[in-house]
Design a protein around this ligand. Structure first.
Ligand code: 16G
Ligand code: ZN
Length: 545
C-alpha cells in the first residue's frame, strides 16, 4: 500500500515540475509545446480531448484532481488516457468515479476550473480545492490509470503519476487496457464482491459466464448461426486485449479472424468510421461474412455484412439493443416477476428501431441527450435497463431487485439461469465492446440466426446520414434537452423544418458536437436519395451561417 496523505493541506508546497506546466508543457517527443496562460479547455462528455501535444499539463492537473477525489471518497478512482475513435495524434483523459461510472458533475466543474487556471494560479486553485474537500485521512485512496495504444500514452502516464504524487496518493499503472477494463478495475477495487480487481479477473468473469451460458443455450436444429467472425480492431487496444480474452475462450466457442491489428489507429477503420461512412473498413472485402468493428479504446461495437457492391449492411447500437432486449424479454416470459424493463436511446436512434421497440417489444423507448452518462442515469431507474447509442456504445444495467429475484435465485428454471448468466456476460459498469460481442454471439446462436437473419428479422433501418460540418465556434449552437430542436442561432430551426417538410417520413436535426469543433447533421427519409438531399441541405444551412 502506498502512503495516503495525512498532513494539513496548506502546510505542503504545491510543486509543479516545469515540464508539466502550461509554460513548458513538454510533449511525448520531449519538445516544449507551451499553452497560452489564457487558453480555455472544457471537461466534456468524454473528459478532456485534444491534440496530444496539448495534453501533458492537462493530464497532470487531472491526475491531481483524481487523487483528491480518491481521498475525498476514501476509495479507488480511475484515470483513463484515451481519445477513443479520434485520430492517433489526439489523446484525452477522463476520471472514473468509485462505482466505475462517470465523474460527478460538480467535479467536472472543478476539473475545468483547475485546468483553466494559469501556472501562477494553479497552486492556489489546488489549495482552495483541498480546503473544500477537507479530508486529511484516507487510507484507501488510490488512483488506477491506463492508456490506449497511442504513442503519446506512456508520456502522459508519467504526467499522471506525477500529478497524483502531489499529495502522495497511491498510484497504479495498469499499462495498455481498454476503457471498459479500467472502469471494471475501479469498481472491483471498491466492491470486491463484484469481481477480482485485476485484468485477469476481468477475463475470467466474462469468459466463465459466456461459456456457462453457451452450455445452457440450445441452438435450434435448423440454425444459420456460425461462430466465425471477422473482427476490425481499429488498429487499437482491442487487438491485444481481445486476444488475451480468447486465451480463455477457444475456437469451439468463437472463431475470430483479426483484421486491422496494429496499423494506424482508427485510420479508415473502426466502429466510428464504419458507422458514419457506412462503407467497408480497410482490409475487408465483399467475401467476408459476419464482421464487427471495435473503436480505438474498445468501448463501442458495431456489426456489418459486406454487400456485393462493396457497401455494407450496418448492424449498429440500435440493432444490438433490440437483439439483446428481445432475448431478455423472451426469457422473462417464462418467469413470473414484476421486474421493470426499459430501453434508452438518443436522437440518433434509427426511427425504425424506436417504432419496433414500441410496437413489437411493447416498451416506449426513453430518448435522452447524447453521452453515455445520460443514458446510464436513465437506465438505472429500471430493474433491467437496456441502453445503447446508435454508435455502438451501450450495455444493460440490472437493479438490486434483479439481484434478489434473479441472480440470487437457486431455481432450476432455465430462463432464470440464462438471465443470471447473460447479466454476467454483459459488463453493466459501462458499455464494453468485448462483453457486448460475447452477448450478441450467444443470442444469435440461441435464435440460430446468421447476420442476415438478424438484419432482416427484427426491423429494417430507414436510410439515414450523418455529416460533420466544421465550424469556427460550436458554442453558438444551442438545442433543446433531447437535442432535436435548435434554439440558437434563432430562426435556423424554421429553415430546418422547411427542409424536413419537403420529404415524406423524414426527420432531421443538427447539434453541436460535445467532443470536436464541428456541428453534426443527422437526417432520415424514405429513400437514400432523399436522405442525402435533406442532409446536404442542412449542411448548407450550417455553412451559410
Ligand atoms: C463520447 C461519448 C459518447 C458520445 C460521443 C458524442 C462517453 C464515454 N462517450 O464519445 O457517448 O456518443 O462522445 O460525441 O461518454 P459528439 O458529442 O461529438 O457527438
Ligand atoms: Zn471509445
Amino acid at each position: 500500500m502506498g502512503q495516503a496523505y495525512s498532513g494539513m493541506a496548506d502546510s505542503l508546497p504545491v510543486k509543479v515540475p516545469a515540464i508539466y506546466s502550461r509554460n513548458q508543457n513538454v510533449n511525448h517527443n520531449g519538445q516544449q509545446s507551451p499553452i497560452a496562460q489564457d487558453e480555455k479547455f472544457a471537461y466534456g462528455t468524454a473528459g478532456f480531448r485534444n491534440n496530444a501535444d496539448k495534453l501533458t499539463f492537462i493530464v497532470f492537473r487531472c491526475a491531481y484532481l483524481a487523487g483528491l477525489r480518491a481521498r475525498q471518497q476514501n476509495q479507488t478512482i480511475g484515470l483513463m488516457i484515451t481519445a477513443s475513435h479520434n485520430p492517433a495524434c489526439d489523446n484525452g483523459v477522463k476520471i472514473v468515479d468509485p462505482k466505475g461510472d462517470m465523474l460527478a458533475a460538480d467535479w467536472e466543474k472543478y476539473a475545468t476550473e483547475l485546468v483553466n487556471s494559469t501556472d501562477d494560479q494553479f497552486p492556489t486553485a489546488v489549495r482552495a480545492l483541498e480546503v473544500k474537500v477537507n479530508k486529511t485521512f484516507a487510507p484507501n485512496a488510490k488512483v488506477v490509470c491506463a492508456i490506449d495504444t497511442r504513442e503519446s500514452g506512456k508520456h502522459l502516464m508519467n504526467a499522471a503519476k506525477a500529478g497524483v504524487a502531489i499529495f502522495n496518493v497511491e498510484f497504479e499503472n495498469h499499462g495498455i487496457l481498454t476503457t471498459p477494463q479500467l472502469h471494471y478495475l475501479v469498481k472491483c477495487n471498491n466492491e470486491p464482491s463484484f469481481g477480482r480487481p485485476s485484468e485477469f479477473g476481468y477475463y475470467c468473469t466474462l469468459a466463465n459466464a459466456f461459456k456457462k451460458l453457451h452450455h445452457l443455450t440450445n441452438e435450434p436444429e435448423e440454425s444459420n448461426y456460425s461462430n466465425k467472425l471477422v473482427l476490425d480492431c481499429a488498429n487499437g487496444v482491442g487487438f491485444p486485449r481481445f486476444q488475451d480474452l480468447l486465451q480463455l475462450i477457444d475456437e469451439r466457442y468463437l472463431n475470430i479472424e483479426f483484421r486491422n491489428e496494429n496499423g494506424e489507429l482508427n485510420f479508415g477503420c473502426g466502429a466510428d468510421f464504419v458507422k458514419i461512412s457506412q462503407v467497408l473498413p480497410a482490409n475487408f472485402n465483399s467475401n467476408d461474412e459476419k464482421c464487427a468493428s471495435f473503436d480505438g479504446d474498445a468501448d463501442r461495437l458495431i456489426y456489418f455484412k459486406p454487400t456485393s457492391d462493396n457497401k455494407i449492411n450496418l448492424l449498429d447500437g440500435d440493432k444490438i439493443a433490440v437483439l439483446l432486449a428481445t432475448y431478455i424479454k423472451d426469457q422473462l416470459k417464462n418467469i413470473e416477476t414484476d421486474l421493470t424493463f426499459g430501453i434508452i436511446q438518443t436522437a440518433y436512434a434509427n426511427g425504425s428501431s424506436s417504432r419496433y421497440i414500441e410496437e413489437k417489444l411493447g416498451v416506449i423507448p426513453e430518448i435522452v441527450p447524447t453521452g453515455v452518462k445520460n443514458l446510464h442515469h436513465a437506465a438505472i431507474k429500471y430493474d433491467i435497463g437496456v441502453y445503447f447509442e446508435a454508435n455502438g456504445h451501450g450495455t444493460v444495467v440490472f437493479s438490486e431487485k434483479f439481484d434478489e429475484v434473479i441472480r440470487r435465485n437457486s431455481s432450476e428454471n432455465l430462463s432464470i439461469q440464462r438471465l443470471q448468466l447473460i447479466s454476467r456476460v454483459i459488463n453493466e459498469v459501462v458499455g464494453d465492446a468485448f462483453a457486448d460481442l460475447l452477448a450478441v454471439e450467444i443470442v444469435l446462436r440461441h435464435y440460430g440466426w446468421s447476420i442476415e437473419d438478424w438484419n432482416e428479422k427484427l426491423y429494417k433501418d430507414v436510410p439515414n446520414i450523418q455529416i460533420k460540418v466544421p465550424v469556427e465556434d460550436r458554442s453558438i449552437f444551442k438545442t433543446t434537452w433531447e437535442e432535436t430542436t435548435l434554439i440558437e442561432p434563432s430562426g435556423i430551426q424554421d429553415l430546418i423544418n422547411a427542409e424536413v417538410e419537403k420529404y415524406s417520413n423524414s426527420r432531421a436535426f443538427i447539434r453541436p458536437s460535445g467532443t470536436e469543433n464541428i456541428v453534426r447533421v443527422y437526417a432520415e427519409a424514405d429513400t437514400v436519395e432523399d436522405t442525402e438531399k435533406l442532409g446536404r441541405s442542412l449542411e448548407n444551412i450550417v455553412k451559410s451561417l
